[in-house]
Design a binder for this molecule. Structure first.
Ligand SMILES: [Zn+2]
Length: 216
């Protein structure tokens, strides 16, 4: 089971960084990390990232019960818990609403792996989940299906979810997918897009799988 040392500080640092990078605004999106005891540290709902402190973070058990904290855990806690339950090698989950990736999520179009090294960090095309209402258990179920062998998935008509060994890596994947979505969207506006040769993506995917098992 992948866990994150000093999970609270790692979650808070990534939350501030996510805001700075423009991947969310206000109180949208959420970040969590699996702790050494198997419980999960998660950002609260309705607290501005700029003002957020360690004291605002919540600790919940794998069933979603609040163990520590005086706020409400993120309204998408079921999404986070579903990812930890399904993927033993995931230490952190980030849910965000970045503009370009969400455009693909609304169009129900996967983000194709067109840029060198994209698949090293993401594992291949970023799939779109089936639609489920925000906050419902269906969001997590659908996300787990779309995340198989991938570092990120698009939540239909909603946003993105990224998984990684720790919050910093999951945030890196979030930013990379958003940047790729912007580039691919621009390339589509220019005309036909060209994916990387299949054998190149296959090679990159195997590197992704190795790094997922052996995070650096
Ligand atoms: Zn959301």
């Amino acid at each position: 089971m992948r866990t994150v040392p000093d999970a609270q500080n790692a979650v808070l640092a990534a939350a501030k960084d996510m805001l700075r990078k423009g991947l969310v605004e206000g109180t949208a999106g959420n970040i969590s990390a699996r702790m050494d005891d198997g419980n999960v540290c998660i950002t609260p709902s309705s607290v501005d990232y700029e003002a957020m402190t360690l004291d605002d973070l919540m600790i919940i058990d794998p069933g979603g019960e609040v163990l520590e904290g005086h706020r409400s855990p993120s309204s998408e806690k079921l999404l986070h818990l579903a990812c930890y339950k399904a993927f033993d090698d995931v230490g952190s989950v980030i849910h965000s609403h970045p503009v370009y990736a969400t455009m693909f999520a609304i169009a129900h179009q996967a983000i194709p792996p067109c840029i060198d090294e994209f698949s090293i960090y993401v594992g291949g095309e970023v799939r779109v989940t089936d639609y489920a209402e925000s906050g419902s258990g269906g969001v997590g179920e659908n996300a787990v299906a779309a995340l198989e062998g991938r570092g990120a998935a698009l939540l239909a008509n909603h946003g993105m979810v990224a998984v990684g060994p720790n919050p910093a890596k999951a945030l890196h994947i979030t930013a990379l997918v958003e940047r790729s979505a912007q580039i691919v969207w621009g390339a589509m506006a220019l005309g036909q897009i060209h994916e990387l040769p299949a054998e190149v993506n296959k090679k990159f995917k195997s590197i992704y799988e190795f790094l997922r098992e052996n995070p650096m």
